[in-house]
Design a protein around this ligand. Structure first.
Ligand code: BJW
Length: 231
């Protein structure tokens, strides 16, 4: 078992594109229809909670669309985890549930999850499948408090950073899939892993903004190049 390489995989919106989930920065991406500061910042939520709830409610509903399901890239990563066991860590920036539906277990959702909400006062997290309505409140506080999407917005600290940096420091391979390299700290992970001695590989539709952090790169659709690469 000790001879198995240690692998950290980072995924972004591109891995779910072929499953019917929109990316952020494409011409038909989510940010084309919305101002980032209106829907993905704590200030935006304070200004207009109804707009923000509706933005995430619509995206949560999409996860229950029968046409949305894991594609061969999600499935290939779940297979890789079966081979590598605890030597494998999957860090996703995605808030969808397609990695877990494909069977991935050792998984960190660093930007949160659509299927969770949390109390604005205590930070207690609740599983949530339907819409968040204006009247929905927590059951942890007296008086009950407002619930917000369990999503990491701009200016907020991404989740489980200590565990991620520890894995980056120890990995032999760092593989980045379907992310544009626009958003930090995730965009800095490849450089971090490279500085610590890992081989870094980019699998994406096109060169990302941080392409110089990778020693190898393969370009194409995730559903095609990821299964080929991890085999
Ligand atoms: C395909 C494909 C196919 C398509 N196959 N590929 C100035 C400098 C540096 C940093 C900052 C700065 N000013 C502010 C910051 C920090 C800020 C930041 O990075 N801002 C930048 C805009 C500059 N970051 C933060 O605020 C973060 N917090 C933070 O920094 O805390 C402090 C801290 C300090 C030190 C250590 C640690 C922490 C929080 C960021 C939260 C991001 N949140 C969002 C929205 C919420 C989630 C949601 O609503 O879903 O997360 S933003 C959005 O972008 C979302 C994504 O997870 C994230 C990344 O996007 P992603 O996945 O890369 O998608 P796209 O659309 O950009 O790219 C898709 C790619 O796929 C493309 O390349 C396509 O080509 C490709 N593709 N089809 C393969 N079929």
């Amino acid at each position: 078992m000790d001879k198995l390489p240690k692998v950290v995989v980072l995924t972004g919106a591109g891995i779910s594109a072929e499953s019917g989930i929109r990316t952020f920065r494409a011409e038909d991406g989510l940010w084309e229809d919305h101002q980032v500061e209106d829907v993905a910042t704590p200030e935006g939520f304070r200004r207009n909670p109804t707009l923000v709830r509706e933005f995430y409610n619509a995206r949560r509903r999409k996860l229950f669309d029968p046409a949305v399901s894991p594609n061969p890239a999600h499935l290939a990563l779940a297979e890789l985890e079966k081979k590598l066991g605890s030597h494998f860590l999957l860090v996703t920036q995605n808030v969808d549930n397609l990695h877990e539906r494909a069977g991935s277990k050792n998984l960190i959702h660093m930007h949160g999850e659509l299927l969770k909400v949390r109390c604005v006062r205590s930070d207690k997290i609740y599983a949530w499948q339907g819409d968040i309505e204006q009247h929905d409140r927590c059951s942890c506080c007296r008086p009950p408090q407002v619930l917000r999407p369990h999503i990491v917005w701009f200016g907020e600290m991404p989740l489980e950073m200590d565990r991620i940096y520890q894995a980056l420091a120890q990995c032999d391979y760092f593989i980045s899939i379907g992310t544009s390299g626009n958003v930090y700290p995730a965009a800095g992970f490849a450089r971090e892993a490279q500085l610590q001695g890992a081989e870094t590989i980019e699998l994406n539709l096109e060169p990302s903004l941080v392409k110089s952090s990778f020693s190898r790169a393969y370009y194409g659709k995730a559903g095609e190049i990821v299964p080929d690469f991890v085999q």
